[in-house]
Design a protein around this ligand. Structure first.
Ligand code: PSV
Ligand code: MN
Ligand code: MN
Length: 384
């Protein structure tokens, strides 16, 4: 298969919340022309697909993306040339969950959190989504606050109830995060905990790796390799971080890390959608315009992927087998240091796309159109 063919197979999923206003706990900056409802978020996401050709799905977050009729929303997406991707539940914006959701000491709070997932599964049925994505804010701030072990037992039971409600074509994808909002102990702090729960649930449960959810210095590509070995890497939440869970554009802080991750993916043959790895973005664009911010991120993933595809796998294996440390490292670095922008421009032209997606978007007049049409954009996502 040529590099072009491999790149044509790759798809990247966009988060609906990237298109609304977002910020930090200090300030949410309102931008003009932001979507006023989930329909407009999907229309904006479709622009990213239009100019990149590789972003055909949009993840929803419930209840941020609450609508009366999800069949209608799915129809709307189709009309815009995209489809609905993962459905994210939300366990982090309800007062009842102050001490936990699926792990809460009270059975009635746990039942409420489970019931929310049944609602999300109904959304999946209506929209044709196949991935139910869970991220838990649950955890402890102080030693002794609750039993670490009992919380794992409650979590396992709650997850089993949710898993049992899935349809046969559905997957449960489970995200981990090492800190925040809890600071002493998160209930799913790492890939090992997520993987153990997935293994206990069954073969349709997979780990989600959010690149911003690790301690500084963590070797993320090692985790990727390990989860691929186990057949349990369900999805990425791609973003960049300098310090914590910064949710910046993927590939902006550490493009070399993104390349190393994609190198593991390519080496394992996990690029094609049939491999079951969903390449999602989980980003917030606080100060940059949102649609070009997503286009930039998609291009960054494509660039890292193209470089990974340039690694001469045969020569690398030979160097590794021969114990040629410098030779092996040199092959990887040669690929990383190649300028793949002309290759990607060619690819786009071969697909009938403009070689410069951001330039083409800017020239389209869409940004001016939405500013004129959408007065009073809502807080989509974090402010909701
Ligand atoms: C939590 O930090 C997280 O990464 C989860 O994926 C949430 O659903 C998402 O952020 C919201 O942006
Ligand atoms: Mn995430
Ligand atoms: Mn996060």
């Amino acid at each position: 298969m040529t590099i072009h063919d491999a790149l044509r197979q790759q798809t990247i999923e966009l988060p609906s919340w990237a298109f609304g206003n977002s910020g930090t706990r200090f300030k949410v900056f309102a931008q003009q022309g932001v979507p006023r409802d989930p329909y407009e978020k999907i229309a904006d996401a479709a622009q990213v697909h239009r100019y990149t050709g590789v972003a055909p799905r949009v993840s929803l977050h419930i209840p941020w993306d609450l609508v009366d009729d999800y069949d209608d929303l799915a129809r709307h997406a189709k009309e815009h040339g995209v489809s609905i991707g993962a459905i994210n539940s939300n366990l982090f914006q309800d007062d009842d969950y102050m001490l936990g959701s699926l792990t809460h000491p009270s059975a009635s709070v746990r039942a409420k959190a489970v019931a929310h997932h049944l609602q999300c599964i109904d959304v999946m049925r209506a929209t044709g989504s196949t991935d139910l994505k869970l991220w838990l804010p649950d955890g402890l701030n102080y030693p002794g606050q609750d039993s670490l072990r009992a919380r794992q037992d409650r979590l396992a039971d709650s997850l089993a109830e949710i898993y049992a409600a899935l349809d046969p074509n559905h997957r449960l994808i489970l995200e981990y995060k090492f800190f925040e909002p809890a600071f002493y102990a998160m209930d799913i702090p790492d890939w090992g905990t997520s993987l153990l729960h997935c293994l206990a649930l069954g073969d349709r449960a997979f780990v989600v790796l959010d690149t911003g959810h690790h301690a500084p210095g963590t070797n993320i590509e090692f985790i990727v390799a390990q989860l691929l070995r186990a057949g349990r890497l369900g999805a990425f939440d791609f973003n960049s971080r300098f310090y914590a869970d910064d949710d910046l554009m993927v590939g902006s802080a550490d493009p070399f890390q993104l390349f190393r991750i994609m190198h593991e993916i390519v080496q394992s043959g996990a690029l094609a959608p049939s491999s079951g790895v969903n390449f999602m973005l989980d980003q917030c664009h606080n100060i940059e315009p949102k649609i070009p911010g997503q286009i930039r991120s998609v291009m960054n993933v494509q660039e890292a992927t193209a470089k990974a595809l340039l690694v001469d796998a045969e020569a690398l294996l030979a160097a590794q087998t021969a114990g040629d440390v410098l030779g092996a490292n040199g092959l990887v670095m040669d690929a990383y240091n190649t300028d793949v922008r002309p290759l990607l421009a060619d690819l786009r032209e071969s697909q009938g796309l403009d070689p410069d997606p951001i330039g083409a978007y800017k020239a389209s007049g869409y940004a001016e159109k939405i500013v004129a049409e959408r007065v009073g954009g809502t807080q989509a996502g974090w402010g909701a």
